[in-house]
Every structure is written in C-alpha cells, then in structure tokens.
Design a protein around this ligand. Structure first.
Ligand code: HEM
Length: 104
C-alpha cells in the first residue's frame, strides 16, 4: 500500500495521528494557531466513519459547560508564567501540557 511517498508492506503497521491530520495546512490554513472561529467542520478529533467517537455529543457538552463555568467563575484567568516556560508532552497521542500554572 502506498501512502504519500511511503510504502507500507504486508505485515507492517501504520498509526494514524489524528491531531496531525487536524494541522494539515491544505485543509486548515494556520492549523497550529488557536482560532475558535475557524470553520473546523472537517476536523478528525473524534475520528471518522463507522468507528467515530460515540461519546462526542457528551464530550462537546461537557467541554462547553466546563469552559463557560471556568471563565465565569475565574474572571481574569491567565497564565502565571511566560508562555515560553510551558512544557508540552513530547510524542503524546493525547496532546497536552505537563503542568499549567495559572492565576486569576
Ligand atoms: C474530547 C473528548 C473525546 C475525544 C477527543 C474522543 C476521541 C475519540 C476518537 C478519535 C475515537 C475513534 C477511535 C478509532 O478510530 O478507533 C473515539 C471512539 C470512541 N469514543 Fe471517544 N472521545 C472523546 C470523548 C468520549 C466520551 C466522553 C465517551 C463516552 C462517554 C467516548 C466514547 C467513545 C467510544 C465508545 C468510542 C468507540 C466507538 C466505536 O468504536 O464504535 N468518547 N473517541
């Protein structure tokens, strides 16, 4: 099987990194930038097709409630250290930060 310039031979495997697909510049210009108003209807964070995440309506609702509550209860929420000091987890399947010092 050919994927781009790579040949996957019988018995070999391939891992699909959905987070990387979501940064594909041909689909999402400036994909590395946070833009909450971007048209992201084609994102793959919840997978695709028949194996697509069953819990996505719940996940979307939880995130909406959590973020709205956080911003309402902690006005002035901000980073407590310069952005350059935030350490991101390397090679994580689920992307994120090691710690997130905040103040409000
Ligand atoms: C932001 C939160 C979440 C993300 C990013 C996420 C992401 C995903 C992804 C990418 C898949 C597809 C995996 C694959 O292709 O095999 C998946 C599957 C699944 N997710 Fe989620 N998920 C989230 C939250 C949840 C929640 C809250 C539930 C349940 C309460 C849930 C239940 C499931 C189930 C049952 C599947 C398997 C579906 C199947 O194979 O038919 N997920 N999820």
């Amino acid at each position: 099987m050919q994927i781009g310039d790579r040949t996957i031979r019988a018995g070999e495997g391939a891992v699909c990194m959905l987070s990387t697909a979501n940064r594909d510049g041909s689909v999402f210009p400036w994909g590395d930038q946070l833009d909450v108003e971007r048209d992201a209807r084609r994102h793959l964070a919840f997978g695709f097709g028949v194996r697509q995440c069953l819990g996505q309506p719940l996940a979307r609702l939880e995130l909406q409630i959590a973020l709205e509550t956080l911003l309402r209860r902690l006005p002035g929420l901000r980073l407590a250290v310069p952005f350059g000091q935030i350490r991101f987890r390397p090679n994580a399947v689920v992307y994120g930060v090691e710690t997130l010092p905040i103040a409000w």
